[in-house]
Design a protein around this ligand. Structure first.
Ligand SMILES: Nc1ncnc2c1ncn2[C@@H]1O[C@H](COP(=O)(O)OP(=O)(O)OP(=O)(O)O)[C@@H](O)[C@H]1O
Ligand SMILES: [Mg+2]
Length: 381
């Protein structure tokens, strides 16, 4: 089971230079607002995907006033990964010290699921977030998928450039053919993945939340009844007038509904968090079931939006899944209580305290009744 054993951060957001030895089980990261907790999760995400988890450019990752940042990780299976960004140079990714061609190589070694405030975008954001969600699952169980996806993007871009120029059909034809070939592969893989995964997700959902009439339905991006090549043929005039390809897997979505309404318009914030938690955890668990590969779970501020019982439900489920876990929170006692009630053992856990970008490993207090923990914590501060 891959987990990060050692993590090194250099001029990454507000963290100047830190080297951490991590627990393969749970890593609790506590600290005040603005101390650097999310930055640690962001560094791990950057190591696994070669990009930020924000919808912004890469530069905010580099510490203010610095010209580069880097994250280095040593995995429990001996693999080393590195990712860096620089203002002066191209981004660099390394696997086992060797320059890697694409971030997909990082992702293969370090599958991870992130649960933070951005995760609500799965419900309230545009279809792109949900396509990325589906494709994470497909990518990790079917490695050729990435090639099809890349080639598909290339054919889509080229076809769109030609449509904008209103190029003649003969010029469009080779890209249309490529588009069709990869579109079929992508749609076939997505729909095969979802038909196996959605029943699995339903079981996990039932453990966390009861919502009547909740449904998740895959929309492939063009008329279900028709072949994509026919759809492109019939839609050529429309594509030419819009200057882009209207139908195809670039328009796929996962409709998440309660009855006839979008789930985000009906569910409370806490219910939404349980739903996205189930979606993320189920994907990790399904990957483990399909490929034996465990994924890492980065959970930023688990307590937010959830009542005490639901925090424990989510955390107990995480314990059952067994991947390396990172949990952040502003209240150390609250984190310890969640861990204690989720039946974690003391030796599975490590505790880190973050202050002004400095990270200190702390002794784990015994996982006992909260009152006693509080007394222990007070006497040590
Ligand atoms: N590029 C950067 N260089 C230096 N500091 C930065 C950079 N980007 C963000 N920061 C600062 O880093 C600090 C830590 O941010 P982070 O999001 O990690 O805090 P946090 O501990 O998760 O806080 P919260 O509890 O509010 O979520 C913040 O004060 C933020 O303004
Ligand atoms: Mg934060």
């Amino acid at each position: 089971m891959p987990s990060i054993h050692k993590l090194q951060l250099t001029t990454f957001r507000n963290i100047a230079q830190e080297a951490l030895e991590l627990a393969p089980g749970v890593n609790l990261i506590a600290g005040e607002n603005g101390s650097g907790k999310s930055s640690i999760l962001e560094a791990i995400y950057f190591l696994g995907l070669g990009r930020s988890f924000r919808n912004t450019q890469q530069t905010p990752l580099i510490q203010h006033g610095m010209r580069a940042c880097s994250v280095f990780g040593e995995l429990s299976d001996g693999i080393t990964l590195g990712a860096s960004r620089s203002l002066d140079d191209a981004p660099k990714i390394r696997v086992q010290g060797e320059k890697a061609q694409s971030s997909a190589e990082l992702a293969k070694h370090l599958p991870l699921q992130l649960l933070n405030a951005e995760a609500f975008r799965l419900l309230e954001g545009g279809p792109k977030t949900r396509r990325q969600y589906i494709d994470w699952g497909v990518f990790h169980v079917k490695h050729q998928f990435h090639n099809h996806w890349r080639e598909f993007q290339r054919s889509l871009q080229n076809r769109n450039i030609l449509l904008k120029r209103r190029a003649p059909e003969a010029e469009l034809a080779p890209w249309t053919q490529e588009f069709v070939r990869h579109a079929k592969e992508i749609d076939g893989s997505r729909s095969a993945y979802l038909s196996a995964f959605l029943p699995f997700l339903e079981q996990m959902l039932a453990r966390l939340i009861q919502v009547d009439e909740l449904s998740l339905r895959y929309i492939r991006g063009w008329n279900e009844e028709e072949d994509i090549s026919l759809v492109l043929e019939k839609g050529l005039q429309r594509d030419l007038s819009f200057g882009h390809t209207v139908a195809g897997p670039q328009r796929a979505d996962l409709k998440i509904r309660v009855g006839a309404e979008n789930a985000c318009d009906i569910l409370s914030r806490g219910q939404q968090k349980l739903l996205v938690s189930a979606m993320k955890l189920a994907q990790g668990a399904f990957l483990a079931q399909q490929s034996g590969q465990q994924c890492l779970y980065l959970i930023d501020d688990l307590p937010a939006e959830l009542d005490k019982e639901n925090r424990v439900k989510v955390c107990s489920l995480l314990r059952e899944l067994g991947g390396q876990l990172f949990l952040t929170g502003t209240d150390q006692d609250e984190l310890l209580e969640i861990i204690r009630r989720s039946n974690y053992e003391l030796q599975e856990c490590k505790l880190f305290h973050v202050k002004h970008g400095r990270i200190k490993s702390q002794d784990m207090p015994a996982l006992q009744e909260p009152e006693k923990n509080k007394a222990l914590y007070k006497s040590s501060t």
